[in-house]
Design a protein around this ligand. Structure first.
Ligand code: ARG
Length: 290
């Protein structure tokens, strides 16, 4: 008898507790969902609008470039495919904003883009204003010259008096002033214009991330990627990471997870191949004709 009473009391207590729990979960759902409350404003905006905006500068094959696809000018390339994976993992659409390279980080800080994927190196200077993902692409540096002047760039050259084109706001600009103070650095907004100026003799050479220099050399007979500073020295190995606002650690965490996933499951290699396969003759014309 005593035992039965105990059981009844226990059942009553359990029912009461369950009731309380139900009550408290009801009051919680009336206020903001704790999941949303923890989100950064950027993440809230992404989830609410159903899209994430990537900023890039699309004159940087094979990472980002313009290509006519089905008669339409399209921005494509490895960074864009990676950005699509990032959007997919967040369950949202991707919107691409193409802008000048030296304006990308300001656009990110101002909230005009949610992340930057532009073959960008995570330098200490840039880390003052934004956060970076894990490194997802390695690249050395190469001087691109013309067939007629390539011999003026021996491996030990100090490039004294040479006019060297670099993209405005790039690490190449910083590498030139730090490592080649005797050369004259010419800052140019678009890589396509660097190539035109090199071809017309306005500049003597261009400092570019190696894969890009090699591609431009293949695409433009008359241009040659020299051996100069294309060496295995960490000082010249700037690599690429994705930039995110310092206010959005949850967006960064999600991006790092995507990068890690694609590196682990083989998607990364497939996307690189896909980007390379998009580089065809028409695209090569577009590289310099813009
Ligand atoms: N890797 C260099 C940097 O971080 C150049 C990147 C240029 N990227 C581009 N999409 N144009 O500054």
């Amino acid at each position: 008898m005593k035992k039965a009473k105990k059981i009844v009391t226990m059942i009553l207590v359990i029912t009461m507790l369950a009731g309380l729990a139900a009550c408290s979960s009801k009051t919680e759902s009336k206020t903001e969902n704790p999941e949303t409350e923890k989100m950064s404003d950027t993440m809230k905006k992404i989830k609410k609008s159903g899209k994430i905006v990537v900023g890039t500068e699309a004159s940087f094959p094979p990472l980002e470039f313009h290509k006519e696809i089905d008669g339409k000018d399209t921005i494509t390339g490895f960074d864009i495919f990676v950005a699509e994976e990032i959007a997919k993992d967040l369950g949202v659409e991707l919107e691409i904003k193409d802008m000048s390279f030296d304006g990308l980080l300001a656009a990110l800080v101002a909230g005009n883009v949610d992340f930057v994927a532009a073959g960008m190196a995570a330098t200490e200077e840039r880390r003052q204003s934004v956060d970076f993902s894990i490194r997802y692409y390695d690249t050395l540096q190469t001087i691109l010259a013309r067939d007629d002047n390539k011999d003026e760039f021996p491996a030990d050259s100090d490039m004294k008096g040479k006019l060297i084109g670099v993209q405005k706001g790039s690490t190449q600009s910083e590498i030139m002033s730090r490592m080649y103070p005797k050369a004259k650095t010419v800052e140019i907004a678009k890589n396509a214009d660097i190539i035109l100026q090199l071809q017309s003799g306005k500049i003597d050479g261009a400092l570019l991330d190696d894969p890009i220099a090699q591609l431009y050399a293949i695409a433009n007979p008359g241009l040659t990627a020299t051996e100069l500073i294309f060496k295995n020295d960490p000082e010249y190995d700037v690599g690429s990471s994705i930039a995110v606002s310092k206010e959005a650690p949850d967006v960064l965490e999600s991006i790092d997870k995507t990068l890690q996933r694609i590196m682990d499951d083989g998607t990364y290699d497939k996307l690189l191949e896909k980007a390379d396969s998009m580089l065809d003759a028409d695209m090569i014309d577009m590289l310099v004709d813009e």
